[in-house]
Design a protein around this ligand. Structure first.
Ligand code: SF4
Ligand code: SF4
Length: 267
């Protein structure tokens, strides 16, 4: 047994795992190559109760001996995102992709945990979703906030994570004992054009229930829309009750497939 592991190994493992998923499903799959970042459990994570839920679990609560947090992001294929651009309601495949991606995130998290265990390192894990306080609509383990703190991405005006591969996809995370160091991926202080003082606001216009503005996020209004979609769309009837999706604010936006601030800065 080798008692070392590197971020590069974890990245390659994740890429292979996601690339094999279509074959396992016997379908094309919805995913592009995943991103993976790591950050030491340091004082930056102490702000989780302030920036996320006040009862947010800390990395050391998940694993007392945890040293770094590992964050990954599985981007959706562009054709799925383009399909979800049409109309005010999510397309059928957006719901299917949500369900299959949550399952994939769960299995990738466990597979990374198993790989770490083979090298002699424990890990602490939570599910991709279903840890949300239904009254406040706040997650007690927010992959998105952790990914922001670990610099896998930055929050946009639409309250989604914008990574170097954009905002259409889903994050997952785990805590481990392995010493990995700091491996951020986002290269700009902001990744949202509007937050960086540039022209945009396209997600604000795209939201069918006006839940977004430059000054804030009407979380309840968005949450009610997701619930309504799940309860009323006939083509979601065979999907689990937890399929609460919309995605109009990320469908073919300047930040859908890239960090637009980095692209503009490079010009
Ligand atoms: S669409 Fe524009 S304003 Fe909205 S999050 Fe993306 S970059 Fe920011
Ligand atoms: S997910 Fe839908 S309802 Fe919620 S903010 Fe985005 S566009 Fe609006």
């Amino acid at each position: 047994m080798t008692n070392t592991i590197t971020v590069d190994e974890l990245r390659k493992f994740s890429q292979t795992f996601v690339a094999r998923e279509p074959e396992r499903l016997g379908a094309d799959g919805w995913w592009q190559t995943p991103l993976l970042a790591a950050a030491p459990v340091d004082s930056r994570f102490d702000q989780l109760p302030q920036i996320a839920a006040d009862d947010h679990v800390l990395p050391q609560d998940l694993l007392a001996t945890g040293r770094p947090v590992i964050l990954f992001f599985i981007p959706f294929k562009k054709n799925l995102v383009k399909e979800n651009r049409q109309g005010d309601r999510p397309c059928p495949n957006w719901g299917r992709a949500y369900v299959q991606t949550n399952d994939l995130i769960g299995r990738l998290t466990r597979a990374l945990g198993n790989l770490l265990a083979e090298r002699g390192f424990k890990s602490g894990q939570t599910p991709a979703t279903h840890n949300c306080d239904e009254v406040r609509l706040m997650a007690r383990w927010s992959h998105k906030h952790l990914a922001h703190l670990a610099s896998l991405g930055r929050f946009g005006i639409h309250h989604m994570l914008i990574t170097p591969r954009g905002s259409t996809g889903r994050p997952g995370s785990l805590v481990t004992e392995a010493e990995l160091g700091d491996h951020p991926l986002i290269e700009t202080r902001e990744a949202c054009l509007l937050k960086a003082g540039k022209a945009c606001g396209q997600c604000i216009k795209a939201c069918p229930v006006e839940a977004l503005s430059e000054d804030g996020f009407e979380r309840r209004r968005c949450g009610d829309r997701l619930t309504e979609n799940q309860r009323t769309l006939a083509y979601f009837a065979d999907l689990p009750e937890s399929t609460r999706v919309c995605g109009k604010c990320v469908a073919v936006m300047p930040c859908s497939f890239k960090n637009p601030v980095a692209v503009q800065n490079a010009k």
